[in-house]
Design a protein around this ligand. Structure first.
Ligand SMILES: [Fe+2]
Ligand SMILES: [Fe+2]
Length: 441
């Protein structure tokens, strides 16, 4: 049971689990709005952000050296609260102490990834707009922020890779440019983890995904968000964004050079019909080729102000066709294998007329061709919204009649991703669902 108390920042200690503060979390350096305090410098960062009071959950806190206090942590905290001005009650941490990694349950990882998605969109939007307004390039500490953020996403994603795919569907047409970049980043980290790239490179894959469209800050909003077809002159402006992005990113201290290179080459195509046209596909890196595919996947599936997004299974089919002459064939095959026939986030209508969202894949090690996935059921066979969504496991062996009658665009079907986030616990619980084929009923 949670035991939340409010404490002044002077009483915050390593091991406290923070669940609230007297300042907008987005204005602090923290990725999520609930977090453990691992080191003293995190307390300093909170203080520097202007935080004065915090809410901590004592039942989840893991205070270092609790045995030094002769009181139970809960009693100690309450005493601290009453005597916050008393120097003798000040935290006795020292700078070398550090809370070691805490194992994160899947539900928690998914929830923290959702927070991190929101945080990164907020931060990227600020960066994009300041560059648009001609402000300075980011400082080394800004670059460090992104590195830490991406390592955090990689850490959480490793414990629950499906969550990365789910979060990559979070969207809003208001912030489409920023959300597209963060979604591409989540997809890039998912692919890096799936491909088993060395741990230290996973964050670089994410960074390449996040900043691939940085050059769009130079494009006037009226062109970037134009609903009508673009003129040839406007297309020329759009086509400048890879080179502009590459030049911007080259000036950022501390950024791995591959990030600028990927931005410069992400619209190059195998058949030479991409841009900038002086670049050759054969000279592009694996990360660039992966970002090309994931960028296309997000662009096809996301809603835009002028059209609804394509269902993910259809987008993957189209990408498979594009692989012939535009994309890296081998990487496209890897992306399709990693995402499955019905990627996480696909809205599927079953033969019964019921509609659900794919929330989990189950890999059958003995029969990898078998498609096992869980749906979060959202509508009944009459098309009525379920008041209380439930998870259901679907098992299908290719060759048998497909269980899915059709795939849907999520916005046309009225699926609200914010609402789905509220049901993350069902999503993680789906791991335990019985196999319907083993149930004679
Ligand atoms: Fe682009
Ligand atoms: Fe893009």
């Amino acid at each position: 049971m949670s035991k939340e108390i409010s404490i002044p920042i002077e009483n915050l200690r390593i091991g406290h689990y923070v669940v609230g503060m007297d300042k907008n979390w987005l204005e602090t350096p923290f990725m999520t709005h609930r977090f453990f305090i691992h080191r003293k410098d995190e307390i300093d960062a909170l203080r520097a952000s202007g935080v004065k009071f915090l809410t901590v959950d004592l039942s989840r806190s893991r205070l270092l050296h609790p045995e030094k206090k002769e009181q139970h942590p809960a009693q100690k905290e309450q005493a601290d609260q009453q005597k916050s001005s008393d120097e003798s009650n000040a935290p006795d941490w020292n700078s070398s102490e550090r809370l070691e990694e805490v194992t994160i349950p899947e539900f928690e990882a998914a929830s923290l990834l959702a927070d991190t998605h929101v945080r990164l969109v907020h931060q990227y939007k600020k960066l994009f707009q300041s560059l648009k307004n001609g402000k300075d390039t980011p400082s080394a500490s800004d670059v460090t922020f992104y590195k830490n953020a991406l390592n955090e996403v990689a850490r959480l994603g490793r414990s629950y890779p499906d969550a990365l795919l789910f979060m990559a569907h979070l969207q809003s047409t208001d912030d489409e440019t920023y959300i597209h970049s963060v979604n591409t980043m989540f997809l890039a980290i998912y692919m890096a983890i799936t491909k088993n790239v060395p741990q230290e490179e996973v964050g670089i894959w994410g960074m390449c995904g996040l900043f691939h469209d940085m050059g769009k800050c130079s494009i006037p909003a009226m062109i970037l968000h134009k609903k009508e077809p673009l003129t040839l002159g406007e297309w020329d402006i759009i086509k400048s964004h890879p080179s502009v992005g590459e030049e911007i990113l080259k000036t950022w201290n501390g950024l791995p050079p591959i990030v600028a290179k990927v931005a410069g080459e992400h619209h190059v195509r195998k058949n030479g019909k991409g841009y900038p046209d002086q670049r050759l596909f054969i000279t592009t890196d694996t990360i660039t080729r992966a970002v090309m595919i994931l960028d296309t996947f997000d662009a096809l599936t996301a809603d835009r102000s002028y059209r609804a997004g394509m269902p993910p299974p259809k987008a993957l089919k189209l990408i498979a066709q594009m692989a012939q002459d535009s994309l890296d064939t081998q990487l496209v095959a890897q992306v399709i294998k990693a995402m499955g026939i019905y990627p996480i986030g696909s809205v599927l209508e079953l033969g019964s007329g019921e509609v659900g969202v794919v929330i989990r894949h189950h890999i059958d090690q003995d029969n990898r061709n078998q498609q096992n996935f869980s749906l979060l059921m959202m509508k009944d066979e009459n098309g009525a919204h379920l008041r209380k969504p439930v998870a259901r496991k679907i098992t299908w062996s290719p060759g048998a009649p497909p269980p899915v009658a059709r795939t849907h665009n999520h916005s046309a079907w009225g699926i609200d991703w914010t609402q789905l986030r509220e049901h993350l616990h069902l999503w993680t619980d789906a791991r335990e669902l019985p196999d319907p084929l083993s149930d004679p009923g």
